[in-house]
Design a binder for this molecule. Structure first.
Ligand SMILES: C[S@@+](CC[C@H](N)C(=O)[O-])C[C@H]1O[C@@H](n2cnc3c(N)ncnc32)[C@H](O)[C@@H]1O
Length: 199
């Protein structure tokens, strides 16, 4: 386990028990973002960095009983909260690092990732691994229930030009990792970047 992973686990282990209580109003925003992934009944989708599994229910609703929903997270305490909330009924939970997913190449139709990308020590390599497990033409949603400026304000910092979620940085980052950015929204009430897996 790298120092980066230990830091992530410590950070989210300390917050796991209160995570859903702290952000009680995010449900509709997660559901609206899931809707933009364009999932169809029977699709196979991964929630990367699923945390307490808040997106698993809308993902299951989108792919139906014949679909496959997976939630992967590095922090056991977050997954335990997902189980406590009964969300393993909506998807399979995997204790896994998005840097090395235990999934076959091209086995998924889509990846949803809420609040994940800022925590990745190797964004390009990790986005490439997400591209590996998605079929060509499949989709990716990078989502946060707050836009970049609103999140920075909540965290008492300013956004800087090197922020990797800024469109001029994110577009080439995705392009170099097997994705083509197709839509970008950064407003106070949400951040949502959609991308398609290149052939
Ligand atoms: C800000 S939380 C978001 C959780 C959830 N997606 C949500 O919207 O409520 C980020 C999550 O990503 C997980 N995470 C961070 N780095 C990861 C990695 N390399 N692989 C898998 N999960 C990771 C953390 O453990 C944490 O649960």
């Amino acid at each position: 386990m790298s120092d980066d992973h230990t830091r992530v686990q410590e950070f989210f282990t300390a917050r796991a028990a209160d995570w859903d209580r702290k952000f009680p109003d995010d449900g509709p925003a997660h559901a609206a973002a899931v809707a933009e992934l364009g999932l169809r009944p029977g699709d196979r989708v991964l929630d990367a960095g699923c945390g307490t599994g808040r997106a698993l229910t809308p993902l299951r609703a989108a792919v139906g009983a014949s679909g496959v929903v997976l939630g992967a997270d590095l922090t056991p305490a977050m997954l335990q909260e997902a189980v406590r909330a009964g969300r393993e009924r909506d998807g399979w939970l995997l204790l896994a690092d998005v840097a090395a997913l235990p999934l076959r190449t091209g086995s998924l139709d889509a990846v949803f990732a809420a609040g994940l990308i800022a925590h990745l020590p190797d964004p390009a390599g990790n986005l490439r691994e997400l591209a590996r497990v998605v079929r060509p033409g499949g989709s990716l949603a990078l989502f946060h229930p707050l836009g970049r400026a609103a999140l920075a304000a909540r965290q008492g910092r300013r956004i800087t030009p090197d922020d990797l979620r800024a469109e001029p940085n994110l577009r080439p980052l995705l392009a170099g990792s097997g994705w083509r950015l197709t839509s970008y929204v950064d407003e106070d009430a949400r951040f949502l970047a959609l991308a398609v897996r290149e052939d």
